[in-house]
Design a protein around this ligand. Structure first.
Ligand code: FES
Length: 146
């Protein structure tokens, strides 16, 4: 009987390219290019300031509203108070995290992961958390930084 490696076996089954990579990742046989939960939570450091007087950021003056700027979900959680987390979900890395005023939490619309305002996983498929950014409001300038 011919001995073949797992990779050769999958190739013989007709898996190739992206399908092969997806199979390897799902099967835990992956390479360093496979996404892991820990890798997907590591968004880059940030430091930017938004002028809330600009119409583009007007929603951020309304309690319960949120915006995504530079891959950061910025939510106005109370008058003059903000929470900021990465938009990249720690489950499968989709950029679908938003803020829910009704629950006062962050929620990923892809598969339903829920995070508290400190980025800690509350429920859903993700066991990881979200990267949290600092916020600082000075006048109408809202700074988001690592
Ligand atoms: S990618 Fe967010 S819950 Fe799956």
């Amino acid at each position: 009987m011919e001995k073949v490696s797992r990779l050769e076996f999958l190739k013989k089954l007709g898996f190739g390219g992206a399908a092969l990579m997806a199979t390897l990742c799902v099967a835990g046989l992956g390479t360093s290019s496979c996404k892991s939960n820990s890798a997907s939570t590591s968004a880059g450091s940030k430091d930017f300031t938004l002028d809330l007087n600009q119409s583009a950021y007007a929603d951020l003056k309304i309690v319960g509203k949120f915006m995504v700027v530079q891959d950061v979900v910025i939510a106005c959680t109370a008058a003059g108070t903000y929470a900021a987390v990465t938009v990249i979900c720690s489950h499968e890395g989709k950029k679908q995290v938003g803020y829910r005023e009704s629950q006062k939490d962050f929620y990923c619309t892809a598969h339903g992961a829920v995070y508290d305002q400190q980025g800690k996983g509350k429920s859903g498929p993700s066991s990881g958390g979200l990267r949290v950014y600092n916020t600082s409001l000075t006048g109408n300038n809202l700074r988001i930084y690592s």
